[in-house]
Structure formats: C-alpha cells, structure tokens
Design a protein around this ligand. Structure first.
Ligand code: SR1
Ligand code: MG
Length: 421
C-alpha cells in the first residue's frame, strides 16, 4: 500500500485497501467488516473498523485542516510525528496510550488499538460523569513522559537526534504559536466568540497590555525552551476514559517545548469544565458535587505530576542535566533537592501561564470546546465563558505570584460565586 500515492480512505474503500493488514486481527472477509467514520476532531479522518474477531482504529491525516477545509492545507507528515510520539510515550508510561499495530507514512495512516467502551473525556465532563483515578493517571503520564523525554533522563546523542526529528513538525507548531498565543489577543480573521454579550470583556482583554506581554512571554517559552518532548495538545478531547482507566491519544502536535506546557493545558481544560457546569444545571446547585470534582482533578493532576516528577528526579536522573556526579556523589544530595525545588517552581509558573492562554483561545479563537459550545442558553453560556476568561487573565498575568493550587482554587471559587462584575 505504501507504494500507492496518498489517497484519503472512505468507508467504502477501506476494507479493500487495508484488507491485507487487518484480516488476521479482524477476521475475514473484509466485506463483512463494519466501518464507521467517527472523526470529530479538527484535523483527521478516524475510522472504527470492526470484524468478527475484534476492532481497530484507523486514523488518517487529511492534506488540509478538516475544521476549515482545503483552503488551509496541512502536511500529511503530522501522522509521522504522531506515530513517533506514540512510540516514545508507550515506552515512557506503558499502557497509557493506544497500542500501534501498523503505520504507513505514505498514506499518513496509523492502525491502532480500538479503545472501547472508552469515551472522549470531554463528553463526560459535559455530561457530569466522574472517573476514579483520573488525576493520578494523568499526573503520572505528564511526569513520566516529560521527565523521561528530557535532558534529565536522555543521553546527549539520542536527545539531539530526537530534537532534530521533531523540529520538522513545523506546521503544527505554527498552529499552536498562532492560535494559542497570538490570535486571541487581537481581532484575527479566524477568531470568533459565541455571543455579543462577551464583546465587552473581549475588548478589555485585547486592550490589556499586561496580558499581551504575558502571552508573548509564554510564546517565547513555547518556541524556544526545548526542554522535553511534549504531547503538544493535551486537552480533555485528547483523553479517553472508561471507569477507572484513562488513555491519552492524538499527540500529532508533539514537539520539544517547556515542561509546563502539557500539564498547564490539561489543568486549563478541567478549569473550563468547572466553569461550564452551571450552564447544564436545571436548578442551582445541581452540579455542585461534579463542579467540585473538576477542581479536585485539576489540583490532583498538579499534585501527582509534582510528586512523580520528584520521584523520577531522585531515582532516574541519568541524563545530561544535574548529574548525580555533581550532587549525591559529592555528599550534596540537599543541593539536588534545592535544584529540584527551583525547577518545579519554574514549571508551576509556566504551567499556570499556559493554562491561562489555553482558556482564552478556547473561547476567543478558532477552536472552541464542547462544554461551552453546547450550553444552549446564551446568557448562561456567556456568563460561564466570561468567568473562564477572567481566570485565564489572572493565571497568565499573575502566574509568578500564585503560591500554589490553593490560590487558583480560591480565584475560581470567587469567580463562580460572585461572577465577573
Ligand atoms: C486548526 S487546528 C485547531 C486545534 O485543533 C487541535 O486539536 C489543536 O488543539 C489545534 O489548536
Ligand atoms: Mg487532536
């Protein structure tokens, strides 16, 4: 198949084209398979293919941004970066990403594990469905992939080769650079917000020079601080969950970047889910318990990330940076703890900044989130989004003054209680 020029799959052509790869796993004949295209993301085709013996996911890149259409071309090579990110994540945090069965670079397609009956986590955050153990699994995923993908773990040759490989993921980095850090802060052509009732706060934010400075300082970090291999798009639509298990998907935005990026983006998505809850209440307080849970998960992700990262620092620091030869081996174990505390403080500050801009771009930019979009009442939706915009501003601008998650929680609770007036 890889000798054939790229051609997008359809529900009709898939069985014939992938029959040789899938028959053993799904059972024959290919004509008997049930094929559904279920991609609801912004970029790709995603097929569920089921036969008598089992099912798989077939994900294929399109040569353009699905959300916008062929007016916005996008390199197929993103599937190559996704494949390479998945293999690294699988090694660094086993069991947390879908198993890859086959990758075809020319067709920009990956055949992988069908996670069922898992659901996209964002849908459950909208529906008010909790998942046990989520914060721990996601915090560990961030710590393990970010620590083990960094100079704290990797040797110099492997690390340089990997930075070079992912440096080519130019188009997807450009999307993040533009859509996350720049577009929300002026009236960029692709921007939209869902209600004229937000016009006032949107104008305020776009006139806020401290915020513009903060956003570009964060962009500088995203572009220049190649500290570790990022997932690059770790929001709650990139997580599938079922009962006690969370799985992380879709790392096509993988690139080297700052430690705080993934964990900050993820926390932002739980904070937005927190503010969305009132939009689904049929009577005030109906979602109190679930709302509180979303904040607990945000805090839990940070706590677990910090604890696991510290554990890896103490037990696996075998890379280029902060070698034990300089610290523990010289009787200076305390100095290593001092260095860890300083690094963790930097990561926290960056993570809060990235959380802030993520909250803004999901309300002001091109790519919105379902939890807000699906709130039918316009007044209720605008109120939820305005609170998230305010918190985003607080996090981005005051990121270096936040002492810990208690400060974030206090700000979120106050906004939820008092609104933005
Ligand atoms: C044009 S792509 C828009 C967004 O969708 C992806 O999931 C990323 O979050 C990207 O920023
Ligand atoms: Mg995605």
């Amino acid at each position: 198949m890889s000798e054939t020029p790229y051609q997008a799959l359809t529900v009709e052509t898939l069985p014939l084209r992938l029959g040789a790869h899938l028959s053993e796993r799904l059972g024959s004949p290919p004509e008997s398979w049930r094929v559904r295209e279920v991609g609801d993301g912004n970029l790709n085709l995603v097929f569920i293919v089921e036969g008598r013996q089992g099912g798989v996911i077939v994900k294929q890149a399109l040569p353009y941004v699905r959300l916008v259409g062929d007016a916005w071309p996008l390199p197929l090579k993103r599937s190559f970066f996704e494949y390479h990110a998945l293999t690294r994540q699988a090694a660094r945090d086993p069991g947390r990403v879908p198993a890859v069965y086959h990758f075809d670079e020319a067709q920009a397609l990956t055949i992988m594990e069908y996670l069922t009956p898992h659901r996209i986590l964002r849908r459950d955050l909208e529906a008010g469905v909790k998942h046990e153990g989520l914060a721990d699994q996601l915090g560990n995923f961030c710590a393990r992939t970010l620590f083990r993908g960094s100079d704290l773990s990797m040797k110099t040759a492997e690390r340089k080769a990997d930075v070079a490989l992912f440096a080519d993921n130019v188009a997807l980095c450009d999307i993040t650079e533009t859509l996350v850090f720049t577009d929300p802060y002026y009236s960029a052509p692709l921007n939209r917000h869902t209600s004229p009732q937000l016009d006032g706060i949107v104008a305020q934010l776009r006139a806020d020079v401290d915020l513009k400075v903060a956003a570009q300082q964060l962009k500088l970090k995203y572009c220049n601080h190649a500290e570790t291999l990022l997932h690059g798009d770790l929001h709650t639509g990139s997580i599938m969950a079922h009962e006690g298990e969370a799985r992380v998907i879709d790392p096509e935005f993988a690139s080297y970047g700052p430690f705080g990026f993934d964990v900050g983006m993820l926390i932002a998505n739980f904070l937005m889910a927190y503010f969305a809850q009132s939009g689904y209440e049929r009577r005030p307080g109906e979602r109190d318990d679930f709302r509180a849970w979303t904040l607990d998960v945000a805090e839990g992700v940070w706590d677990r990330f910090r604890a696991e990262f510290a554990h890896l620092w103490r037990t696996e620091r075998k890379g280029i940076l902060f070698p034990a030869a300089l610290y523990e081996d010289q009787g200076h174990a305390l100095a290593a703890e001092q260095a860890l505390a300083a690094l963790m403080q930097d990561i926290w500050i960056d993570a809060m900044g990235f959380a802030g801009v993520e909250m803004h771009r999901r309300i002001l930019g091109l790519a919105h989130i379902a939890e807000f979009e699906h709130i039918e009442n316009e007044d209720a939706r605008a109120s939820c989004e305005a609170k998230a915009l305010r918190l985003g501003r607080h996090l981005a601008v005051n990121r270096a003054r936040l002492l810990g998650f208690a400060d974030v929680r206090a700000a979120a609770l106050r906004l939820e209680r008092e609104g933005i007036a």
